[in-house]
Design a protein around this ligand. Structure first.
Ligand SMILES: Cc1cc2nc3c(=O)[nH]c(=O)nc-3n(C[C@H](O)[C@H](O)[C@H](O)COP(=O)(O)O)c2cc1C
Length: 358
């Protein structure tokens, strides 16, 4: 069973200070492209009322030329604290986009320096900035001068195993004006494979004065506590562990605040959450939301009998009604299975009673 040491509890008692912004939670929901839209964030927010949420990453030029404005314009007032994550390699575009993002309600601006995707790194953005620290510094400096809110950086430990430069790079970001650094403990060439190397996060934490947030493999309360103990980080950021499980950030946050792990959601709780997620995607995005819902539905549906065929069917839904029908059917089936198990026996047997035969 996971326990919270008094030292860790003491260390994390005060709120997270990101420059002048105070966040009353040490657990953050990461930016996830294609996932952390308004619908998903709304669910995370319910269980984690104080945590920092992030938009999906948005290209700065896209914001400046309005094609990607919709991604940041759908922020609801109830979503605070929220950060808008931008990527690009041109400091001026980044600064202009950051100003627009602040006007849309961003409480901090996060700069993506970790994305491994070729399409982005080839153009000098995402993790390729790890190979151009001077450009990365110029971006942070220019954006920090352009906006009144704190500027933060999310990056990786290096490009590949021969070029791990996390400590030097992080120091440069701090000196350029970053107010918090989130470190994903993998190299760019690792992608999302292999264990996250928390030892590098510990080294970066020891080298900086600004808050350092640990990211990578934070998939449970137990993992979060272990990572915080091992790295000394100021907080943790959850990523893939939240796919089909928007409860995670809130679960870890509750544990860090109370020392008690909240009751885990049952399969029916998860299906009800999937139902709501589908309905939010339909409300906010219409038909496009239904296609996007397919992958989310598949992530929710696991760990009970009949999950595999249900997943198959949910991956093909074309209408919101089809999704509701499948989910409602599965919820009813699970409910009746539970009721059957929990139904009291017709008469009480004692252990040495002879059971009736036939
Ligand atoms: C589907 C997906 C989308 C992602 N999108 C973003 C993004 O928009 N911005 C970002 O900084 N990181 C993004 N990431 C990286 C995660 O935020 C995180 O750094 C990474 O998954 C490591 O954490 P984990 O091991 O807990 O998943 C993405 C990861 C995945 C799997």
């Amino acid at each position: 069973m996971v326990s919270l040491s008094p030292t860790l509890q003491q260390r994390l008692r005060s709120p997270l200070a990101i420059g002048a912004v105070t966040v009353h939670s040490r657990v953050l929901q990461s930016p996830l492209s294609g996932v952390t839209d308004r619908a998903f964030r709304q669910l995370v927010r319910r269980y984690a009322p104080a945590s920092m949420l992030y938009t999906e990453m948005v290209q700065a030029t896209g914001v400046c030329h309005a094609q990607q404005l919709e991604k940041i314009m759908d922020i609801d007032a109830s979503e605070q604290p929220i950060s808008i994550q931008l990527f690009d390699c041109r400091p001026d575009f980044m600064a202009a986009a950051a100003r627009k993002a602040v006007a849309e309600g961003a409480q901090t601006i996060d700069i993506n320096m970790g994305c491994p995707v070729n399409k982005i790194t080839k153009k000098g953005g995402g993790s390729s900035l790890l190979r151009q620290p001077e450009v990365a510094e110029a971006i942070v400096r220019t954006v920090a001068a352009a906006v009144s809110v704190p500027v933060t950086v999310k990056t990786r430990i290096g490009w590949d195993d021969d070029h791990i430069n996390a400590v030097d790079f992080a120091r440069r970001m701090e000196a350029a004006g970053a107010q918090m650094l989130t470190l994903h403990g993998r190299t760019r060439s690792q992608g999302y494979h292999g264990p996250a190397r928390w030892d590098w996060i510990a080294q970066v934490k020891a080298a900086l004065s600004i808050p350092v947030i640990a990211n990578g493999d934070i998939v449970s309360v137990e993992a979060a506590v272990r990572c915080l103990e091992q790295t000394g980080a100021d907080g943790v950021m959850c990523s893939r562990g939240t796919l089909g499980y928007p409860f995670l950030v809130g679960e870890i946050d509750a544990f860090l605040k109370t020392g008690t792990v909240p009751l885990a959601p049952t399969p029916t709780d998860k299906l009800r959450c999937a139902h709501e997620h589908l309905s939010l995607l339909w409300r906010y995005k219409g038909q496009k939301g239904i296609y996007q819902a397919r992958k989310h539905m598949a992530w929710y549906v696991k760990g009970f009998e009949g999950a595999a065929p249900l997943r198959q069917q949910l991956c093909q839904i074309d209408t919101v009604e089809a999704g509701y029908a499948l989910l409602n059917g599965a919820i009813a089936e699970l409910d009746s299975a539970i009721a059957a198990v929990e139904r009291p026996r017709p008469w009480p047997f004692k252990c040495n009673d002879v059971l009736p035969v036939g």
